[in-house]
Design a protein around this ligand. Structure first.
Ligand code: GDP
Ligand code: IMO
Ligand code: MG
Length: 427
């Protein structure tokens, strides 16, 4: 039975939330496997907007069971803020489970995220300051606290106390800041983690059993390919694996379990935070894309950097994720432009690059080589089939397929669930 993985093919914010919500209608299980509440997935249902961070976007669908896998760094405070908020919006929060193996994001991670960024000065990464990097640092350094540690409050309090002491040494000794209040944190987190107990499960078993018994399992990607700690624009990346490989270790399943990988592609390019961006538009066109696409971050409210579609990035994403299909998003945002550009190579000092280079200093000075395509200059937000789209929009889509070698299986022409054109059944 098919398990479908949905990944961001660019720098995040491609519209994954909308597609997951759409696909979750057919899913039995929706699984998040990497990242944390640095993600911001917007889902619009019946004109109402929901902003999801840690909780899978399948939650708007009463049928689906939602799982937060072991690869996620889990902010229990952020989790309950989100649960309470979504409950107040009238959503049922009874089908959510968090892995006992997931690592916890704790207050000192958030504090250290801010301090490390400050220390980087002008070379800061532009993180979301949610403590994601420091939480993954502890995990890799083998001093992290996991969700299963919370099941024994005495042991949890002891481990937490040790970690607060260690982190306070860094906060006071290295950064010369006030120490965190150990007693206050322990008391708050004992309360929060007591409330967490009914949500905890060995989610790897749940996902395995679901796949084995023929249920439909949807893996929800957060962030995007170019933010992958190994494969992205390092060091301007997040600290996890948002690419398709991250789903296996992050959900605790075998590599063979995933039969399809859908790449979510924004019809242009955006990124938040610092780092190279070859097709970035620092002119009126970039500003226009930002305004029409409402390109402001869900988590931090920061203005997103905007630019033309970069097929060098897409080809890279197709390769490293093994994309079997593309869901093209936000095509309607490009409707007013007379001409559109798609970058298919980079050039620097007479050299041409068709594969995304590792060395960011090299990428920094690269100039995009564009193919210019005519725009369609009409409203497409009401189109519900590929044939209804204007010829130039169809050609833009065909160009993406040609450059990436991956079929565009769906096209999104607006934020609402209904504003979706399905060319080929995905799931
Ligand atoms: P994610 O992080 O990949 O889930 O993406 P975000 O939710 O952060 O950003 C995508 C934004 O685009 C959200 O505000 C969506 O509501 C919106 N959106 C998604 N698809 C479309 C579309 O086809 N057209 C338009 N205009 N907006 C869209
Ligand atoms: P979704 O799931 C866009 C970016 C941050 C920063 C870098 C590192 O909504 O697509 P972090 O806090 O993770 O250590 O920040 O990664 N970033 C995202 N950008 N969308 C996201 O998630 C992101 N999650 C992290 O802006 O540049
Ligand atoms: Mg987002």
């Amino acid at each position: 039975m098919p398990a479908l993985a949905v990944v961001g093919a660019q720098w995040g914010d491609e519209g994954k939330g909308k597609m997951i919500d759409y696909l979750a209608g057919k899913a039995d299980v929706v699984v998040r496997a990497a990242g944390g509440n640095n993600a911001g997935h917007t889902v619009v249902k019946d004109g109402k907007k929901y902003a999801l961070k840690l909780i899978p976007s399948g939650v708007l669908n009463p049928r689906a069971c939602n799982i937060i896998g072991n690869g996620v760094v889990f902010d229990v405070k952020g989790f309950f803020d989100e649960v309470d908020h979504l409950k107040a919006e009238g959503l049922a929060m009874d089908k959510i489970f968090v892995s006992d193996r997931a690592h916890l994001v704790l207050p000192y991670h958030r504090v250290l995220d801010g301090l490390y960024e400050e220390a980087r000065g002008a070379a800061d990464i532009g993180t979301t300051k949610k403590g994601i990097g420091p939480a993954y640092m502890d995990k890799v350094e083998r001093s992290g606290l996991r969700v299963c540690d919370t099941c024994d409050p005495r042991r949890f309090a002891q481990k937490l106390a040790e970690q607060i002491d260690r982190k306070n040494e860094i906060i006071t000794g290295v950064f010369h800041k006030e120490p965190l209040n150990k007693e206050e944190i322990i008391s708050e987190y004992l309360e929060l983690t007591a409330r967490l107990q009914p949500y905890i499960a060995d989610t790897g078993v749940m996902v395995y059993e679901a796949i084995r018994s023929g249920k439909k399992v949807l893996f929800e990607g957060a962030q995007g390919t170019m933010l992958d700690i190994d494969l992205g624009t390092y060091p301007y990346v997040t600290s996890s694996h948002p690419t398709s490989g991250g789903f296996t270790t992050g959900a605790g399943i075998g590599a063979g379990a995933i039969s399809q990988v859908l790449g979510i592609v924004k019809a242009y390019t955006t990124r938040v935070g610092r780092g190279p961006f070859v097709t970035e538009l620092l002119d009126e066109t970039g500003e226009r894309i930002r305004q029409v696409g409402h390109e402001y971050g869900t988590v931090t409210g920061r203005a997103r950097r905007c630019g033309w579609l970069d097929a060098v990035v897409l080809k890279y994403a197709a390769r490293v994720n093994g994309l079997t299909g593309i869901a093209l998003m936000l095509l309607d945002v490009l409707s007013e432009f007379k001409t559109l550009n798609i970058c298919y190579a980079y050039e620097k000092d007479g050299r041409r690059f068709e594969h995304f280079p590792a060395d960011l200093e090299l990428v920094e000075g690269c100039v995009p080589v564009y193919k210019e395509l005519p725009g369609w200059q009409c409203d497409i937000s009401g189109c519900r089939s590929f044939d209804e789209l204007p010829e130039n929009a169809r050609n833009y889509i065909r160009e993406i397929e040609e450059l990436t070698g991956v079929p565009v299986k769906s096209v999104s022409v607006g934020p609402d669930r209904e504003q979706t054109i399905i060319r080929e059944e995905i799931f």
